[in-house]
Design a protein around this ligand. Structure first.
Ligand code: FMN
Length: 389
């Protein structure tokens, strides 16, 4: 592992913090790059009241001097504006765990009588810092022309039909929609579905698609399971709260196909190697294959519903119902930048592993050499050349 990330902070504590270690020196960086991504994480239809309170903005505490990374750990801080509303007030103990949250399992694991310590740290507020660190990673990847994007594919039962063909357009188009969905007709169906759920005091989940363009061949490896790029990406997506399923390329749909239908034929196009499709989603044998990376994450519906849910009051030892805690009604649009961020982290880590080096300039020289070598390897223009020799 070349990049390391630790986050700390409670949802209603004074601040969220992170340390990102392993970024090479010489990457131009200012807070605006990170704030742009933090603002994206706050937007999206279905957001709850907390997002109106917070104005997330990062302080870079270390690792950047004169507008450039130094190679030292980058410490980041985002204040919780909601903290002042809690400070000095007695925090009511919570003893009725909410199903679908860390409340019960966390309290049993750590021996808490009050559920609050578990929910304060398990809260998705933590994803603020993953987005902050991920913003640096995606900025790093962009220096090599590698671009990471994402969009909402489904909310509730409403989904974009078929494959998205124009990934470059999806780098910006979804941002124009409150639903982060590039398909206007599907977005309208999702909006109506969300409206119905809210009226019925309920919540929704959905599917987010993440992609990366211009990846070089050769990130990750098949030589050990934990080096497989797909495994690393799947783990990263599944680490985001509420993600309950991950697909790479055709994913679960591939399980229903025949072997003859599910592969991407290898062909020649004017003497150059070409793939006839992208069922694999850009990863074969645990290695990036130069095709667009395509991933999908399934997010369960928000567990905190306005309609009370059955639970047990652990202090009183009686069955009861949950108290509503202020919450998103659908977090799927807001989860897009979070899932992009964790993907960018894995890809930046894999690129650093591939290239080595301590400075951006050093890495860029190696990247240019890698690209040149790969273009030569994949070209069959020279009839004497046996490409596998
Ligand atoms: C961006 C984002 C925002 C979220 N907002 C909420 C929320 O407002 N209310 C809620 O109950 N869950 C929310 N969640 C999901 C919970 O954090 C998650 O379901 C809970 O911590 C339990 O973890 P698990 O679902 O992974 O088991 C959000 C998740 C993400 C990624």
């Amino acid at each position: 592992m070349n990049l390391r990330l630790l986050t700390a902070g409670e949802s209603h504590g004074p601040a969220m913090t992170a340390i990102l270690e392993g970024m090479p020196a010489g990457l131009p960086l200012d807070a605006a790059v990170i704030d742009h991504e933090l603002a994206r994480r706050q937007r999206g239809l279905g957001s709850g009241a907390r997002m109106q309170i917070e104005r997330d903005s990062v302080k870079i505490l270390s690792g950047v001097l004169a507008g450039q990374t130094t190679g030292a750990p980058i410490a980041l801080l985002v204040e919780n504006d909601d903290h002042v509303n809690w400070k000095g007030k007695p925090v009511a103990a919570m003893s009725a765990p909410r199903p679908g949250h860390a409340d019960l399992a966390g309290a049993l694991k750590y021996g808490f009588n009050d559920l609050r310590p578990a929910l304060e740290r398990a809260s998705a507020r933590e994803t603020t810092m993953r987005v902050a660190a991920g913003a640096i990673c995606r900025h790093f990847l962009a220096q090599f022309g590698i671009l990471v994007g994402g969009f909402v594919r489904a909310i509730g039962g409403e989904s974009i039909q078929g494959d998205v063909q124009d990934y470059p357009a999806c780098l910006s188009a979804p941002e124009a929609s409150e639903l982060r969905c590039p398909d206007a007709a599907a977005a309208e169906r999702m909006r109506a579905c969300m409206q119905r759920a809210i009226e019925e005091k309920d919540t929704l989940g959905g599917v987010v698609e993440i992609f990366a363009l211009n990846l070089p061949v050769g990130l990750g490896s098949y030589v050990q399971g934990d080096r497989r790029l797909g495994a690393r990406l799947a783990g990263a997506l599944a680490s985001v709260p509420s993600v309950k399923g991950v697909e790479i390329g055709d994913g679960f749909a591939a399980a229903g196909l025949r072997g003859s239908q599910a592969q991407d034929a290898i062909c020649l196009d004017s003497g150059r190697l070409r793939r006839a499709g992208n069922h694999a989603g850009g990863v074969e044998g645990g290695i990036s294959n130069g095709q667009p990376l395509v991933l999908r994450a399934a997010l369960k519906p928000i567990a905190s519903t306005l309609a009370p849910q059955p639970t047990v009051d652990l202090a009183a030892g009686v069955e009861t119902h949950t108290n509503y805690v202020r919450s998103d009604s659908c977090h799927v649009p807001r989860a897009v930048p979070v899932l992009e961020a964790v993907t960018a982290f894995v890809l930046a880590d894999a690129l650093l592993e591939k290239l080595g080096g301590d400075t951006l300039v050093e890495l860029q020289v190696r990247f240019a050499a890698l690209r040149k070598a790969q273009l030569a390897d994949l070209s069959l223009d020279d009839s004497d050349k046996v490409w596998w020799a």
